[in-house]
Structure formats: structure tokens, C-alpha cells
Write a protein that binds this ligand. Sequence first.
Ligand code: PNS
Length: 165
Amino acid sequence: MKRAVYPGSFDPVTYGHLDVIRRASEIFDVLIVSVLNNQGKTPLFSVEERVNILKKATEDIPNVQVDSFSGLLINYAAENNLHVAVRGLRAITDFEYELQIAQTNRKLSGGKLDTMFLTTSLEYAYLSSSSVKEIASFGGDISQCVPDFVADMIYQKYNVQKVQH
Ligand code: PNS
């Protein structure tokens, strides 16, 4: 059985992530989407909220499981017998950062954890969780970026109403 992990912050999940999740779920028998519990960052959504959002957003994809992890990805992967990490590449600017992480993980794991990249579909290449949050914080329209229930949750966090045009 081919299993893979898609690690990330997912604060919150966007249509760009969901595109990668859907396509990776067609390549692997089981895809575990795992939310990083990063103590160094102050996220908009708690790990539990992000896990629940991901579960709801992927409920129609039966071979997707949602989990969370702390610490190094290679340790989480080893504990769960996972040997492939999936990551999305939006543009060349992602490449250097992702290449460094992928090579570090491969080296640190003694070759046990490889990374597979999917290029994000062009329609989502401009998306990032940070820009979605910034737009939403000013009441801007994020309906093209995240599912409706996620958009509502983001506006609620910022205590803003979506600006109507
Ligand atoms: O969605 P993000 O924030 O771009 O995801 C980054 C992530 C979670 C894949 C990466 O930061 C990660 O794996 N962090 C866990 C710590 C780790 O293993 N670091 C070693 C790589 S240098």
C-alpha cells in the first residue's frame, strides 16, 4: 500500500492546498495531511481547528486522513512508517526553499524520507494562506481562495463582515 504525508501549516487550507490534496490522493492509496504544530508561530487557527477544517474540506475524498505533528517531519514520518512527503510548488520562488527542506529531510532521515512535488494548478498558483488572511482581515472577497465555510470562519476570527460590492 502506497502511503504519503502532506505536511504543512494549513492556516487555513486554501483551494491551492486542496488541489494538491486531491491530485496526490489519486496517486497514493492513502494520503495523510498533517498539520504542523509550530510553537514558534502565532497561527490564526489552533491546530485542532485546522485539523477540523481539513477534515471537513476533504470529507468527500475517502483515502485522505488528517493528523497533526510537532517537531521534525522525519521523526513523525519514521514513527508512522511514511517514506514520501508531498509538497506543492507554486512558482520558482517556492523552489529554493522547498529544495532545501527536501534535501535536508532526505539527508537527516538517511534516505528514508523522499519528497514528491506537485506543481500547483495555474489557477491557484497565486494563492497563499497569508494573502488570504490579509485580504479577509480587511473584509475583502476570498470566495475564489477558500471554501465558503472556511471564509466564514476567517471573517469571524477577524470580527469583520465581508465588504459587499
Ligand atoms: O505550510 P508550510 O508552513 O510551508 O509547511 C512547512 C513544513 C511544515 C512542511 C515544514 O516547516 C516542516 O516540515 N516543519 C517541521 C520541522 C522540520 O522537520 N524541519 C526540518 C526541515 S529544515
